[in-house]
Design a protein around this ligand. Structure first.
Ligand SMILES: [Fe+2]
Ligand SMILES: [Fe+2]
Length: 330
């Protein structure tokens, strides 16, 4: 079992995670070597939801009025006068509820992701290098979901997660992994990149004040680097092999998926807004009409957008969709 202390020094330069140039240039041998490398990292550097998180450390207790749960600076709602004028226990509860909602959405997203990966693996032939890697990823996502759900349970709050309409839509995603794996891996990046960017930035800027929030983010960021690397590698390898029709369909559907995923991951749900009676003008100020949030939203998918650009998926007549979903380049 790897300790965090052993793993963290590898984070800044991430030498073990290949860059796009390496991913794009991979021939059959390099592709096998790459997946072997990612799989080996899963063996030497992985975490267990219960062994590697000190849930019962008294300093890690989850109390809804703990000021360490107040919204971190990264969340624009925290900077509004409305939030700042709330009594301290309410500010803490809102911050905890926001974080727990991220965790719940994470559990739901990873549920769909794991089912999709299992569907993907079902179609692989013997001796396929993807098989072992994908099973490592499923195992890691299983640990993440247990870790997220354990946190949600400890809050004692009613944590809703995704809106029902999206949960309904998500049911169709796992079968995409067989019918249209390229679109499935765009969906994967759409869920993983915004969470990863937020967690990475909060860690770098030492924004987490509660040690459980920090620990969960550290573990997640380390393992997600591999998952995103595989999704990117898959797209770089397979999108150029798609025919005219497949590429057009991917170019059309990617911004819909990515735009909706960015909203889901970054903005409070309608249910959350109702629960805390957040006024409309406060929502406008923090999210809908905020230039700072607009930048945050665009940045949250910067790498995936760049990849789509490289793959020729952002082009007329589809470019306006990226603008409409506010995920185009600033
Ligand atoms: Fe995860
Ligand atoms: Fe992941």
């Amino acid at each position: 079992m790897t300790t965090l202390e052993q793993s963290l020094p590898l984070l800044p330069g991430k030498p073990e995670i290949p860059d796009d140039a390496e991913l794009a240039g991979a021939d059959e041998r390099a592709w096998r070597e790459l997946l072997g490398r990612l799989s080996r990292q899963s063996v030497t550097k992985h975490f267990d939801a219960y062994e590697d998180v000190a849930w019962d450390d008294p300093d890690h207790a989850v109390q809804p009025d703990d000021p360490r749960f107040e919204l971190i600076p990264l969340d624009p709602l925290g900077g509004t006068d409305w939030y700042q004028s709330q009594p301290q226990p309410v500010r803490a509860r809102i911050g905890l509820h926001r974080f727990a909602t991220f965790m719940k959405v994470g559990v739901q997203f990873e549920n769909v992701l794991k089912r999709g990966l299992l569907t993907f693996a079902e179609s692989l032939p013997n001796d396929s290098p993807e098989f072992r890697y994908v099973y490592h990823e499923i195992a890691e996502e299983t640990q993440h979901s247990m870790m997220f759900q354990e946190f949600v349970n400890r809050t004692g709050l009613t944590v809703g997660g995704m809106p029902r309409s999206l949960l309904f839509f998500a049911r169709s995603i796992p079968s995409l992994a067989r019918r249209f794996p390229e679109l499935f891996f765009v969906f994967v990046l759409g869920g993983e990149e915004p969470i990863d960017q937020m967690q990475r930035r909060a860690l770098r800027e030492r924004q987490w004040r509660h040690p459980l929030a920090e620990r969960i983010s550290q573990i997640h960021v380390i393992e997600e680097a591999r998952h995103m690397s595989f999704a990117r590698a898959y797209l770089l390898r397979h999108v150029p092999r798609l025919g005219f029709f497949g590429r057009g369909l991917l170019a059309l559907r990617s911004p819909f998926i990515l735009g909706n995923m960015a909203t889901l991951m970054l903005e409070p749900s309608a249910q959350f807004v109702r629960r805390y009676q957040i006024p409309k003008d406060v929502m406008d100020q923090a999210y809908r009409k905020s230039p700072v949030f607009a930048g945050l939203r665009r940045d949250s998918l910067a790498k995936t957008r760049h990849l789509c650009q490289e793959l020729g998926l952002i082009r007329p007549p589809f470019s306006w969709l990226w603008q409409a979903f506010r995920i185009d380049q600033a």
